[in-house]
Ligand binder design. Structure first.
Ligand code: ADP
Ligand code: MG
Length: 250
C-alpha cells in the first residue's frame, strides 16, 4: 500500500468568503510508516486527514492509492467507490472516541469487524483485539463505564477491526491526561509494528511528533518542512511525559 498525495488544495466557500484550508500539499506515504502531521490549530490537519480518508473531497489535486499494484486516483472515484475505499482500507481514531454509547466495548468493536468479516470470525477477532489493547476483562462495559484512555483503546481496537491498511488518528490524545497519553501512544506504536499498518497521526503537540518516523510540519494549509526520526528525542519525550505535560505550540 502506498499513497501519493499531489498538490492538494481545499477551499471552503462561505458566501463571499473563501477559506483556503489546504494550499498545495504533496506527500508520499509508504506501507507501515508512522507519520505525524504537526501544526497549530487551523493549519488544515483535520481537513488533510479527512481528504486522505475519503470523508471529504479536495478542491484540486490527486491522491493515488496503490494496493497490490493496483493504482487508483481517489479524487476520480464516485461516491460508491470512495465509500468502498474507506470501508475496506481506512480506520479512524478521533479525539472524542465516537463510540456508540448504547453498545458495550465488545459490541462497538464487533460492529466494525462485521463490516469485513463473517460473523464467527468477527467475534473471534473482536476478542483478540480487545485483549491486544489490554481490555479483555472490560469487554462488557459500556463507554460511560470506562475512562477516557480506556475508551480510546476501544476505539483503536474498533479501527483495527476491519484490518485497515491505513489508520488515521485526529488528535487521539487531545482529551486525556499525560500519563494515559503515554499508554495510548505506546499502544499505537505497538499496533503500527504488529499490524504493519500505516499510521497518520495529526496533533498540535510537539512532544508526540518525536514518535514518528517522519514528521510533516503544516502551517496555513502548506507543508513547510519534514524531519526524520531521532531516537534521542523520543527518549527525552518518554522521560518528560510523566513529569510535565508535553509542550503545546498552539
Ligand atoms: N466545514 C468547514 N467550513 C468552513 N471552513 C472550514 C471548515 N472546516 C475547516 N474550515 C477552516 O479550514 C481551516 C483548517 O481547518 P482544520 O482542517 O480543521 O484545521 P486543524 O485541524 O489543523 O485545526 C480553518 O481555518 C478552519 O476554520
Ligand atoms: Mg483538527
Amino acid at each position: 500500500m502506498t499513497l501519493q498525495i499531489e498538490n492538494l488544495t481545499k477551499d471552503y466557500v462561505m458566501g463571499e468568503l473563501v477559506v483556503s484550508a489546504l494550499n498545495g500539499v504533496s506527500i508520499d506515504i509508504k506501507q507501515g510508516q508512522f507519520i505525524v502531521i504537526l501544526g497549530p490549530s487551523g493549519s488544515g490537519k483535520t481537513t488533510l486527514l479527512n481528504v486522505i480518508g475519503g470523508i471529504d473531497r479536495p478542491t484540486a489535486g490527486k491522491i493515488f492509492f496503490d494496493r497490490n499494484g493496483k493504482k487508483i486516483d481517489l479524487t476520480a472515484l464516485n461516491e460508491k467507490k470512495l465509500t468502498a475505499y474507506r470501508r475496506l482500507n481506512v480506520g479512524f481514531i478521533f479525539q472524542f472516541y465516537n463510540l456508540v454509547a448504547s453498545l458495550t466495548a465488545f459490541e462497538n468493536v464487533e460492529l466494525a469487524a462485521k463490516l469485513t468479516n463473517p460473523a464467527a470470525e468477527a467475534r473471534y477477532l473482536t476478542s483478540e483485539l480487545l485483549e491486544e489493547v489490554g481490555l479483555g476483562d472490560k469487554s462488557n462495559k459500556f463507554p460511560a463505564q470506562l475512562s477516557g484512555g480506556e475508551q480510546q483503546r476501544v476505539a483503536i481496537a474498533r479501527a483495527l477491526a476491519k484490518k485497515p491498511r491505513i489508520l488515521l488518528a485526529d488528535e487521539p490524545t487531545g482529551n486525556i491526561d499525560s500519563e494515559t497519553t503515554g499508554k495510548v501512544l505506546k499502544l499505537l506504536q505497538k499496533v503500527n509494528e504488529n499490524h504493519k499498518v500505516t499510521i497518520l497521526l495529526v496533533t498540535h503537540n510537539v512532544g508526540i511528533s518525536t514518535l514518528a518516523d517522519t514528521v510533516v510540519y503544516l502551517r496555513d494549509g502548506k507543508i513547510f518542512g519534514t524531519s526524520q526520526y531521532d531516537p534521542a528525542k523520543e527518549k527525552e519525550f518518554w522521560e518528560q511525559l510523566t513529569v510535565t505535560p508535553p509542550i503545546d505550540i498552539t
